[in-house]
Design a protein around this ligand. Structure first.
Ligand code: FAD
Length: 241
């Protein structure tokens, strides 16, 4: 379907938040956590996770995307260069298996790196809208403080929702970050806090290296049943060559 860029804001030096207006005459149905694909002029496609929950469609049909600049990248060079409000794009969706399985009441680990935050935000908003009380801990891993581009949102959600805990983790904090929180690899923080994952469900989203390492280590070292790991890895052209 066609969509139109309504706003384009910079949440961090290399993260853009793009709001897209969808056609008003059809309802776009998706599950919180899923993604859409842009169809580029040359026929290639680029995937982005939807950051807002489905119930928001009733007010104004539109989706929010969090897009990280990959220098030299075909689509994100455009987003961070020439893209402006009112631009028309073509997208298809929804896709993806990164959505909460509501036939389980196991406690959840929501694990994100970088802009993997976007679908987790949609999931938390969705669970709040449903009045869910299912326990969830959200681990968000980034390199530096600036990369935690909506830290306030996540902290406020955890303060508001008794079932939600939030653990931000920085892998490369800079001295000026004055960071007193957790450090290291985000999936290692999960393993330190939850050495036994045999009674958990894990939802992981973001950098392929993080998703792969989490899947491997949680199953091999923390007893996570292999079929309780759900993920969308943000693979790009760089990972395919
Ligand atoms: C399911 C899914 C969901 C996603 N969700 C998000 C999201 O919510 N937010 C987000 O920011 N990203 C997301 N991504 C990643 C996104 O789809 C793009 O891959 C990313 O934005 C890069 O697109 P691009 O066109 O700018 O770069 P590309 O053109 O794909 O290039 C990516 C990088 O690889 C380099 N490169 C290009 N071609 C080659 C080559 N032949 N050899 C080596 N290097 C090469 C480029 O210089 C660039 O640095 C998601 C990916 C998937 C699969």
């Amino acid at each position: 379907m066609p969509c139109r860029v309504t706003t384009l804001t910079r949440a961090a030096p290399d993260v853009a938040i793009v709001q897209l207006q969808l056609p008003a005459n059809e309802v776009f149905r998706y599950r919180a956590g899923q993604y859409v694909e842009f169809l580029l002029r040359d026929g290639s496609r680029r995937s982005y996770s939807i950051a807002n929950a489905p119930h928001t469609q009733t007010a104004a049909p539109g989706i929010e995307l969090h897009i990280r600049h990959m220098p030299g990248g075909k689509f994100t060079d455009h987003v961070f260069g020439a893209m402006q409000a009112k631009e028309i794009l073509r997208l298809e969706g929804p896709f993806g298996s990164f959505f909460v399985r509501d036939d389980s009441d196991l406690p959840m680990v929501l694990l994100a790196s970088g802009t993997g935050f976007a679908p987790v935000k949609a999931i938390i908003d969705h669970l709040e809208h449903l009045g869910s009380t299912r326990a969830a801990t959200f681990y968000w891993g980034c390199r530096t403080r600036a990369d935690l581009y909506q830290l306030d949102w996540a902290q406020a959600a955890a303060a508001r929702l008794p079932w939600l805990a939030f653990v931000p983790v920085l892998s490369e904090p800079r001295p000026e970050d004055a960071w007193s929180g957790r450090t290291g690899l985000v999936h290692h923080a999960v393993m330190a806090d939850l050495p036994d994952l045999s009674d958990h469900q894990v939802y992981a989203c973001g950098a392929p290296a993080m998703v792969d390492a989490a899947q491997r280590d949680f199953v091999a070292r923390c007893g996570l049943p292999a079929d309780e790991f759900y993920a969308d890895a943000f693979t790009s052209e760089a990972d395919k060559h």
